[in-house]
Design a protein around this ligand. Sequence first.
Ligand SMILES: [Mg+2]
Length: 270
Amino acid sequence: MEWECLSGTDSQAPLSREAWSKACRFHPLSQDQVLHEVKNKVSLAGRPIVLLDLDSTLYQVEPRSYQILKEWARSSESQAFPKVQGAFHRFLESHVGYSVQDTLSQLGIELNHPEGAGSYQSSKQFWSDRFFHNEWLKWDRPYPGAVQYVQALHGLGAQLVYLTGRDEERMREGTVANLARDGFPWGHSSTQLWMKPSKIMNDLVFKKNAAERLHSLGVLIASFENEPHNVAGLQNLYPEAMHVWMDTLCSDHPAPICQGLYRIQSFELF
Ligand SMILES: [Mg+2]
């Protein structure tokens, strides 16, 4: 099966983030209504499953990038880029975007200038060497309301599958420590953490293969995911479930246009 969405718009080319969110038709429900509807469906189902992505879905990862890039600006590796180092004196967590490139642009660094281009290569490498490692995960923060909401789903009988593109070898220890630290349901027979067995595995392929295994656990009621191509793929595999796009940060990886997704920006109930 193709990892695309059942949208009836197959003839349209996949779109990147801005264009994708504008082209998709989302259910016209408020965040409150979406979150209540998922709870309602969980409470009514037998063997309900909820799929939960971690990065930029349950967890805000900007603090992790912020700490890494601050460290780069203090390191010997940034010394070749004095103007960029100067720009980092006003670096705030709110400047952090999806990518290092987005972040440097937010700081006003022109990437088409030699110093800007060189600083991008250097800081991107520094960031990549650290972002996917246990020791930096401690900086992640759950989005407002996420812990309480996931606890409520678990209390209603949902089996929780944390499905993440993080890999086992470099990130399991820190991931588990954070789930426990933050109070997400964890350590029960009804909670599972599915991670990539290898860092070189493609995220999309991993999530597709993992999602196909859900059939043996029960009935998928809802998924929560920030990446358009992943949420589109989940909708394709499980068209009867609610697929909730977490509208936070996402990649520019093209995704097929979808109809009937749900959309939230946090887990706060009002
Ligand atoms: Mg994510």
